[in-house]
Design a protein around this ligand. Structure first.
Ligand SMILES: Cc1cc2nc3c(=O)[nH]c(=O)nc-3n(C[C@H](O)[C@H](O)[C@H](O)COP(=O)(O)OP(=O)(O)OC[C@H]3O[C@@H](n4cnc5c(N)ncnc54)[C@H](O)[C@@H]3O)c2cc1C
Length: 432
């Protein structure tokens, strides 16, 4: 009797999951395990001290896993938790697992963890698929090594030749479940702090709620705001953990366009999904160099690491009240708008002259929508070592405040107070 193991990682869903469909059709019995793959190996790519993820990240993860566990339990299955390769190997051996399905991983650490696992359990069929992208690898009009160095080149290539495949439903039949000696996900993530109103929804509710409003028709005009109701789609946390697939968003967008009409704004939602797509394939191409100081460029930025400035940025204690308010928003909610991220990242690199990788690593542990490709790709871009033909972005903080928080409401809401820099610099020399 064939026993399958479905390893959930960044694809926490049952619907629109071809890999799961195929495994369900193939196996007589099945085990479901969630494992935080990027936490299974040591983050050897940077000097940043290993940190636990924030409370918001844990809560959002727990909330999503509970939804998935509920769905599986309606099919008579448990969702187990494993946080080490050893536990996975033990279960695979104990239950004589013959087939393992796991989504392709584009992050370096994630792929290392996967490689480690495959090396320890030989003779097993591994089923892989890119389960979090709009396009399948085979659809791309270029080899991964030839992924274009700029977004506009990528967009032109895919827009002229690739179509998004339609979504699929949930598997019609689930094989018999297998009891395992592992903790249940719901027991691991049970101490959850409440999420903000939008992020306390399920992926499906958020998708329906956004597309039953008129917000998509105004997206291009509102997307740069710092906060507000439906100023952007707010889908990123579910897209990042895969409880929502990019194709599900695309399909809901098409349905909206048919119902309410297409315009520049609705196209722009697709345009942003293409940015996400681009960063995914670019990360796969870059591999380990996604985390290298020089990034894709040939010159190292003129930045370094200054503990004092870094701490000030993390805790929202810089000289810049807007940056402080934004960092407080991140620290309390686990989320920040795209414009906010651009502002704080630009300040990190340009005003504070800090090594971009430390900012990216901070985001990694604090964003509920952390995604290795989008996060490190965007940080590289702002730092001028990524896919930016203009060589980096420097946002004028006074101008950004005037444009995006003219009445100071955002700054006030998140307690952004300017804190004067220390009298001495990082080497102990007087500053003035
Ligand atoms: C320094 C920095 C770090 C970032 N880190 C992450 C991250 O870890 N995870 C993440 O999902 N996004 C990241 N982004 C991209 C972007 O800020 C978020 O995707 C966006 O703010 C999420 O809000 P939304 O879902 O309302 O986006 P919307 O504006 O509604 O866009 C729709 C979707 O398109 C995608 N998207 C939009 N903008 C981008 C972009 N610039 N790059 C990649 N995808 C994009 C997202 O999946 C998003 O959900 C980062 C941006 C910057 C500048």
């Amino acid at each position: 009797m064939s026993t399958g193991l479905y390893l959930f990682s960044n694809d926490l869903r049952i619907a629109d999951n071809e890999l799961l469909q195929r495994l369900c059709q193939h196996c007589k019995q099945l085990i479901f395990i969630y494992t935080p793959l990027n936490e299974l190996v040591d983050a050897s790519y940077n000097a940043y001290p290993k940190q636990d993820v924030s409370k918001s990240v844990c809560s959002f993860r727990g909330q999503t896993l509970k939804c998935l566990a509920d769905e599986l339990s309606r099919q008579g299955h448990n969702l187990y938790f494993a946080d080490s390769i050893e536990d996975l190997v033990r279960i695979i051996r104990e239950h004589k697992v013959s087939d393992i399905a796991i989504a392709n991983q584009f992050g370096w650490n994630e792929s290392l963890a996967l490689r480690k696992l495959t090396q320890q359990v030989r003779g097993i069929n591994f089923w892989h698929k890119s389960n979090h992208t709009l396009f399948a690898k085979e659809q791309l009009p270029f080899q991964i090594d030839d992924t274009p160095d700029t977004f506009s080149r990528f967009r032109k290539l895919v827009e002229s030749s690739v179509a998004v495949h339609p979504t699929m439903g949930s598997p019609l039949h689930f094989p018999t479940s297998v009891q395992c000696k592992l903790p249940l996900c719901t027991d691991i993530y049970n101490d959850l702090q409440p999420m903000g109103a939008w992020f306390s929804q399920t992926a499906t509710t958020a998708l329906t709620s956004y597309f039953s409003s008129t917000a998509p028709s105004r997206y291009k005009q509102t997307r740069n705001a710092l906060s507000g109701d439906k100023f952007s789609t707010g889908f990123s946390p579910w897209l990042a953990n895969g409880s929502l697939s990019a194709r599900q968003v695309y399909s809901a967008l098409l349905a909206y366009e048919q119902r309410c009409g297409a315009n520049e704004s609705t196209y722009w939602i697709y345009f942003e999904l293409l940015w996400r797509e681009y960063f995914q394939w670019l990360a796969l191409k870059q591999g380990r160099s996604l985390f290298v100081f020089k990034g894709m460029s040939h010159t190292a930025p003129k930045t370094s690491f200054y503990p004092e400035r870094y701490q000030a940025w993390c805790h929202g204690n810089t000289e810049f009240e807007l940056v402080n308010a934004l960092m407080h928003q991140l620290n309390t909610s686990g989320w920040m708008s795209n414009r906010g991220r651009q502002i704080v990242a630009s300040c990190f690199v340009n005003e504070l002259e800090l090594d971009w990788r430390y900012g990216a690593a901070y985001f990694e542990h604090h964003l509920i929508d952390y995604d290795v490709a989008s996060n490190y790709g965007n940080w590289q871009y702002i730092a001028g070592v990524g896919a930016d033909p203009r060589g980096g972005r420097h946002f004028n903080l006074a101008k950004q405040t005037e444009l995006f928080d003219p009445d100071g409401r955002f700054i006030k809401r998140y307690g952004g107070v300017a804190v004067q820099a220390q009298e001495r610099d990082h080497n102990g020399w007087p500053r003035h």
